[in-house]
Design a protein around this ligand. Sequence first.
Ligand SMILES: Cc1ncc(COP(=O)(O)O)c(C=O)c1O
Length: 363
Amino acid sequence: MEAIALTRGVPPEEALPAARIGEAFAAALQKNGAVILQYGNIGGYPPLRQLLADQYAVTPAQILIGNGSLHLQDLFAATVVKPGDTVLTEQPTYDRSIKTFRRRGAKVYGVPMEADGLNLELLETELKRQVPAFLYTVPDFQNPAGLSTSYQKRKALLDLAEKYNFWIIEDVPYRNLRYRGEPIPLLREINPAHVITMSSFSKLISPALRVGYMVGPADLIARVTRLAEETILSPVLPTQSVVAEFIQRGWLDQNIASLKALYQPRLDAMVAAIRKYLPDVTFTAPEGGFFVSIILPETANYANLLERAQAVKLSLTDGTTFFADPLPAQDDSVKDRFVRLPFCAITPAQIDEGVRRLAELVK
Ligand SMILES: Cc1ncc(COP(=O)(O)O)c(C=O)c1O
């Protein structure tokens, strides 16, 4: 029996543009080798910083390029979290963000997600109790649930940030991987006052480049940049220069187009397999990204699911890792029935077979 991994939220090998990365690096070295191979200004490779500043209609002083978006989340949390602070996330959310914010001393509470974004009533009840250091949201095709936040909820969230005065991190690494439907404006595009935007090229070119960035007010960026300088000393200019070359040559857009062509049939295969084999689960079909998730019915056989899946050569991720502490008086037992189903790294045939095996296990 073929082993199937419904665990990996990573680009598959065939999505990694090795030849073009080589060519881009060679060209960047030839053009600018003395800069790229030297210690640099910690804010990032100047041409890439400028390209990002142009993209977001801000100044380069409002951009910090770091070693992936998780690195920047860590630096940001270390800069703004004070002892006793809370951080709010979506519930469920990216597991490594929960760990990162906790490691920096925050108490992390998850605000339940609905199909169109956060439950804003529960959020406001919590805001009346205490205002967080920041709220972390992944508004486009979030990890792990694949959900997106509607325009109305983005606006309402920004109004709450204004009213209660807290930062919002919008982390958008999947935003450009939209396979159908129309983009919803970034929070920053609606009102940037309380917003730090983070993203990365991990899912658009290659995760190993470790190039991510944050956009925010210049004074806050300067504070985070000081910590970056004290900890990593210099930006990783070789890979940042590769990303700059990709953008300048039009290769980033071409790469995104070919990723969409590769991933859309995989998303469609995942949605079709869930409808075919697991008609009783709760789920929302996303329009992009890497993940679909399901909530098994209470009557499903979900005890020891991971171990039983291993016995039929199916790897699954423990769904509970995506849940922060529940808000006071909130029941979070749904986490035991939450299954994340990444679809980009395996073929449509493997997706169909993986979901079929899962359905047999939970019968
Ligand atoms: C929502 C989200 N943010 C950040 C990251 C980390 O990305 P990076 O490779 O840029 O650190 C991931 C990776 O899976 C993610 O899903």
